[in-house]
Design a binder for this molecule. Structure first.
Ligand code: THU
Length: 135
């Protein structure tokens, strides 16, 4: 289980990332921050495109930045922040990408209201297809 202090640090990083979201089309800001087994935190925001289908979600941006940073990409937890009244769970594509590096990571979804979603990736993506299927 991640600690309250880790959640505070993930939330701060995800909020900073959400403030940098590029979302002129949906106006839906998302920030995501991942925590690795070594304690590193890497965040990402959603980046939209005039060719809508090329948009990348905040969660995938955070995972790709993590891998590119050279940290060992072993994800313990991901926190998703949206400046909304209800929390937002990761989309299906992001669940699949998170599964690659954190198949049983904790997932915390926060917003500006009192509600939160607190679960694990294996509950959000049961019977996942992953690296083991190819070995
Ligand atoms: N979005 C995310 O960043 N993460 C999700 O898990 C769901 C959707 C973004 C993509 C797009 O920029 C906007 O939210 C509306 O779909």
């Amino acid at each position: 289980m991640i600690s309250d202090d880790e959640i505070d640090r993930l939330l701060a990083a995800a909020k900073e990332a959400a403030a940098r979201a590029y979302c002129p089309y949906s106006k839906f800001r998302v920030g995501a921050a991942v925590l690795t087994e070594s304690g590193a935190i890497v965040a990402g925001c959603n980046v939209e495109n005039a060719s809508y289908g090329l948009t990348i979600c905040a969660e995938r941006n955070a995972v790709f930045r993590l891998v590119g940073s050279g940290e060992r990409p072993e994800i313990r937890a991901v926190l998703i922040y949206t400046p909304t009244t209800t929390p937002t769970a990761p989309c299906g594509a992001c669940r699949q990408v998170l599964n690659e590096f954190g198949p049983s990571c904790e997932v915390v979804c926060r917003c500006d209201g009192p509600d939160e979603i607190r679960t694990t990736l294996d509950k959000l993506l049961p019977s996942a297809f992953g690296p083991r299927n190819l070995s």
